[in-house]
Write a protein that binds this ligand. Structure first.
Ligand SMILES: *Cc1c(COP(=O)(O)O)cnc(C)c1O
Length: 451
């Protein structure tokens, strides 16, 4: 019937600029504060950890920032990514809705994360940095940075949360294949790590500890900087190539979305797809933009909009964001990612001022949706991305009830090949729902920094 399943953008048509939403933000973005002085951070404060060009991007209000030629050349290894029309899923749901998804799982590391990892490695290399450090939980970010560093000849050291290091050996294999050095955190390589190990040699680690180790390592060596995979403005900026491509691809089939959906951990894949569409919304287009998170880590839907640390160890600057508190410990039963306690400051202010909405789902519903998607569209989604799919299915059912031809666009942020053990648990009936209790959020309030 001539419906296109894949809408492919030619390599030459790849967008040449990232979209900086700070140029158009209709609501204020509170400044990042220094944890000791409570004053806005200066570029000098950040210089030991980030290269100047990324610090400049962090605060830039230029609407478009050119993507360097070298970065575009690497993007072309997998970009433009395909935009799919989910025809099989539409038929399965018997919905009049048109469902489109941008598939970021075609990148070598299997997610959207190399869009920023490659850019960050490039700008660090340009400023003479020889080595990057980072932390990783389940390993997606670590593998994206390992991939990027390898292409630019940078050394890469990844502090991997110890429990994941042993439970998810294949992500480690991937990082090592691309030449990164991976150590279980807490490690004996840093003061922060040694301190924890002294107290508790069996410590399983946490993202907070791993961040402290990676930052300490970067601060202590002149040839080394630190790299973060989500939350910060420049990370969200680099991801906007996803939405810019999607706009061109939808134009090719003469469509425009009524609803744009993405899952949110720190907010980067959601921002990457939705910010270029929000630009159109600010200009008057009617679009609903929905961020989807787990009930077990509901920063937007249950968190508090306030200043908090980015890490458990309280080493980072203070960000104004929706937070569950920097002491948040993700419940062990939660199979997917999306376990960060906070949310990107830009996404937070957009939510606070009503430009986007948010929903939280239970993990059993999320896996039900993941399996429906795998059995109709074929692609096994990352559990994170499956949160977005659950919202898409709800929207498509609602459109059916109301007899509306609703155009739904979502970000399929990655594939689930490294998460099959979570699928196993789901099929074995070992996954349980868990709603993060409101009292815990109120308890966390007591620990928030006073500013
Ligand atoms: C890391 C990751 C996420 C969550 O991070 P965001 O910064 O919120 O995008 C979502 N999906 C996949 C596949 C990921 O690897």
């Amino acid at each position: 019937m001539g419906i296109k399943r894949k809408i492919l953008l030619e390599e030459e048509k790849i967008p040449k600029e990232w979209y900086n939403i700070l140029a158009d933000l209709p609501c204020p973005l509170p400044p990042v504060l220094h944890p000791a002085t409570g004053k806005p951070v200066t570029p000098e404060d950040l210089a030991p950890i980030f290269p100047l060009s990324l610090i400049q991007q962090e605060v830039s209000t230029e609407r478009y920032i050119p993507i360097p030629e070298e970065v575009l050349e690497i993007y072309k290894m997998w970009r433009p990514t395909p935009l799919y029309r989910a025809i099989n899923l539409e038929r399965y749901l018997d919905t009049p809705a048109h469902i489109y998804y941008k598939y970021e799982g075609v990148s070598p590391p299997g997610s959207h994360k190399p869009n920023t990892a490659v850019a960050q490695a490039y700008f660090n290399k340009l400023e003479g940095v020889k080595r990057l450090t980072t932390e990783t939980g389940a390993g997606q970010w670590g593998s994206a940075l390992a991939f990027a560093c390898n292409l630019f000849g940078l050394e890469c050291k990844v502090y991997m949360v110890k429990v994941s290091y042993y439970q998810k050996p294949y992500r480690r294999s991937l990082m090592e294949t691309w030449g990164a050095k991976v150590v279980p955190s807490p490690s004996p390589d840093t003061e922060a790590g040694r301190k924890i190990l002294e107290k508790d040699p069996e410590s399983l680690g946490s993202l907070g500890i791993a961040i402290s180790e990676a930052v300490e390592d970067a601060v202590k060596r002149d040839d080394t900087k630190y790299s973060l995979g989500s939350v910060l403005n420049h990370v969200l900026l680099h991801q906007t190539i996803i939405g810019e491509e999607a706009l061109l691809q939808l134009e090719m089939v003469d469509e425009f979305p009524d609803v744009v959906i993405g899952c949110v951990g720190g907010g980067s894949n959601f921002a990457g797809l939705s910010f270029p569409f929000l630009r159109e919304k600010f200009k008057g287009k009617k679009i609903e933009v929905i961020a989807v998170e787990p009930e077990s880590c509901p920063s937007l839907t249950k968190g508090i909009y306030t200043y908090d640390f980015g890490d458990t160890a309280k080493t980072t600057p203070l960000l104004k964001m929706y937070t569950l508190g920097h002491n948040f410990i993700p419940p062990g039963i939660h199979a997917g990612g999306l376990r960060y306690h906070g949310m990107a400051p830009i996404v937070s202010t957009l939510y606070h001022h009503g430009y986007i909405s948010a929903r939280a789902y239970h993990q059993l519903d999320v896996f039900d949706s993941a399996v429906i998607f795998a059995r109709t569209e074929g692609i096994v989604p990352a559990p994170e991305s499956a949160h977005a799919i659950k919202a898409v299915i709800d929207e498509a059912k609602d459109a059916k009830e109301k007899g509306e031809k609703r155009v739904i666009l979502f970000n399929l942020s990655g594939h689930g090949f490294f998460d099959l053990s979570a699928y196993d648990q789901y099929f074995a009936g070992k996954l349980e729902n868990f709603a993060y209790p409101r009292e815990k959020v109120e308890e966390a309030l007591k620990d928030l920094p006073k500013v």
